[in-house]
Design a protein around this ligand. Sequence first.
Ligand code: FES
Length: 166
Amino acid sequence: MNNEDKHWKKDFPINRSEANQVSRRDFAKLLRVISGGMVLGNGIIASKAFLSKEQTVFEKQKICNKKDIPVGGTKSFVLANEEVPYILIHTEEGQFYAYEQKCTHLSCAVYYKPGTMKIECPCHNGYFDVKTGHVLQGPPPRPLKKLEVIIEAEAIFVVHPKSTTI
Ligand code: FES
């Protein structure tokens, strides 16, 4: 070691082990800042969720007129702003029922089997009760999603729930 090196070390003494501790300390500080930010972010999200209220409103949508569906016939439709297909059924008993047209097993399209009061899924021989949507036979695990049907004079409406945030 020459004289120049000694002079430099004397002016700027650095203890190697202390230098490592400072680095760990900085890292711990960084972790504290990051976790503090995460706690703050979660707090903001939680308070937003607490303050905003979700409300379910019911919308009524006209599908068609009674004369548009013969006895034993059906009409497919979609709800406003949705793409899921639904089916409106006019049974031999003169009643109207509306269901989501997707089987609850593997989402095949279901259809009404005229004269049987049953909705059939041809994929795996699943059957549903046309009055309730409950499973009568086959692998479907749940009933079909049912919509309320309202008749006003000659017009047929369905009522469906819609969630909105206020
Ligand atoms: S998809 Fe309907 S019974 Fe399997």
